[in-house]
Structure formats: structure tokens, C-alpha cells
Design a protein around this ligand. Structure first.
Ligand code: S6P
Ligand code: ZN
Length: 220
């Protein structure tokens, strides 16, 4: 323990988060391996959120698919319904529903608003309510809206480096409150499943709206 302590302290010193200047100069290496040489592997690019590999799946959500989610339906109707709000890539190394497995993926939410409401994900509870999840933010600014089963709703601020543990039983939605894409990585249990219906029917207990030049969590 005594021997390890100085090493631990020095590791802490060198692993202090990069300054903005260092971050700009740091170049992400190209995807390390080619699929031909590692067909079973998935590769990711931490800073762009892109994933590659045979098991990678992807989905995109357009404004048109978010009808009913934003409170200003007139503003939503007036916008181009094919506008992509967010993109998700993820890998399922085991089948959906497998107990003990984990899924891994990235989400990129575009900046923008529908009326006074910031672009956001649909949001969901996990079907198996006791299953949790981790989110880690890479780029952009946002708010992670969390709602318990009594509809008590709170929000965590998301920024590069912010790590968020989402406990079981908590619905989660991410809102991009910045001027650039918001990127985060997520890890969740392969038997969690997604309950979108509850959110479609009742929404969250609060919304993130633009007020006096910035985002405010306002009871719905
Ligand atoms: C999955 C995890 C994320 C979301 C993604 C899109 O449990 O929370 O990968 O699926 O951020 O959000 P949503 O609400 O449309 O699934
Ligand atoms: Zn989830």
C-alpha cells in the first residue's frame, strides 16, 4: 500500500483532465483495425462517436417521428419533418434479453429547438425497471432529464467528461442545450429493454425550455 501510494498520486497528476488547448491538439487515431483482420471486433472512435464492425446497428430519429413529444405542435408541424434530430449506433454482442450481457452505443443529438423546446431524445424507461445505465459525455452541452416512477423529474448538466449513472426505475431523456452536436456514450444491460409507450402516453414531469437566453427545467 505504501509503495503504491506515490504511484497513485503521480498517476493522478498525469491523468488530470486535458485542458481545452491540449484537447484541440490531440488527434484521434484512425480506426485501429480493419474488419478483415478482426471480423469479430467492433471499433469505435471516441471523439466522433462512430462505431464500425459487423455487429454495429444504427438508427436515426426525425422530427416527423417525434410528433407529440414537443409541447409546441404548431412549431413542429411548420418544420421540415425529415430533419434528423439524433443518431444512435450500438452493438449487441449478445441477443436482446440475455441476462448478464451489456450493450454499448453512442448518441449524437443535433442542436436546435422546436419553438422554445430544445432538440432531445424520445426518452424511455427500461422495460425491466430495475436495470440501470451509464452515460458519458464526449462533446457538446446538454441536460439529462431523469424521472422516477412517481413522475418526480430532475436534470443533470451534461458536458465533456460528465459521467452519469442512471439508476433502475428512472426514465431518461437527453436534451441538447448547446449550439453544437451533443455526443455521449452509453452502456446498458442486454436484458433492459425499452418502454417508450409510457413516455409517449404521459411524457416527462418537466421540459427543458429556452428562457431568458438559456435552458430551464420547467414542470410540464
Ligand atoms: C439505451 C440508451 C441510448 C438511447 C439513445 C436514444 O438504453 O439509453 O442508447 O436509446 O440515446 O434515446 P431513445 O430514448 O430514443 O432510446
Ligand atoms: Zn436507456
Amino acid at each position: 500500500m505504501n509503495i503504491l501510494l506515490p504511484l497513485w498520486l503521480s498517476m493522478e497528476t498525469v491523468s488530470t483532465f486535458a485542458t481545452e488547448a491540449q484537447r484541440v491538439h490531440w488527434k484521434a487515431p484512425a480506426m485501429i483495425a480493419h474488419e478483415e483482420s478482426a471480423p469479430h471486433q467492433t471499433q469505435l472512435d471516441w471523439l466522433t462517436g462512430l462505431m464500425r464492425g459487423a455487429s454495429v446497428q444504427q438508427a436515426a430519429k426525425t422530427l416527423g417521428e417525434m410528433a407529440g413529444m414537443f409541447h409546441d405542435a404548431d412549431s413542429l408541424r411548420a418544420m421540415d419533418q425529415s430533419t434528423v434530430l439524433y443518431r444512435v449506433q450500438w452493438t449487441e454482442p449478445v441477443a436482446q434479453g440475455t441476462e448478464g450481457g451489456l450493450f454499448w452505443g453512442s448518441t449524437i443529438i443535433e442542436p436546435g429547438r422546436v419553438g422554445d423546446e430544445y432538440f432531445m431524445t424520445h426518452g424511455h424507461f427500461h422495460l425491466k425497471r430495475d436495470r440501470g445505465e451509464y452515460y458519458g459525455t464526449i462533446g457538446g452541452k446538454g441536460m439529462l432529464v431523469l424521472m422516477d416512477q412517481d413522475r418526480v423529474t430532475t436534470a443533470d448538466v451534461m458536458f465533456p467528461g460528465s459521467l452519469h449513472f442512471i439508476a433502475g426505475g428512472i426514465a431518461h431523456r437527453v436534451v441538447n442545450t448547446g449550439d453544437e452536436p451533443l455526443l455521449f456514450w452509453a452502456c446498458w444491460p442486454s436484458d433492459a429493454g425499452h418502454d417508450y409507450g409510457s413516455i409517449k402516453a404521459e411524457g416527462f414531469g418537466a421540459r427543458v425550455l429556452y428562457r431568458n437566453g438559456g435552458p430551464v427545467l420547467i414542470p410540464a
